[in-house]
Unconditional design. Sequence first.
Length: 124
Amino acid sequence: MLTQMHVCLFDIDGTLIDSGGAGQRSILHMLEEEFQVSAPVEGIPTAGRTDHSIMVDLFEYFNIANTSENRQRFEQGYLNLLADKLKEHQGRVLPGIREILDSLSRQANVDLGLLTGNFEQGAK
């Protein structure tokens, strides 16, 4: 007899955690450090978008060449700041998430996963 499997996929920010805006603050800080730009970026939406698409829009907004080197600088600079910004801005696991994940992970017919637009290291 075949067992029916279920897959539960979760987004990260706003679903599993509240980052307190740490991602956006990390991007702004990184832009200043890596690319020496510090203009407001309110016109660039970030909610629900992939990190890569946000990066591409920021490059265009600030007239930064979209090269492999700059993409690597952006991602690495962002990731270097993210953990500290999460601590500073009181990133937290949302209520009930630990219990839900614990319960689901004990079920043999349930696989859990992340479905996110975050850079891979940022998601970890």
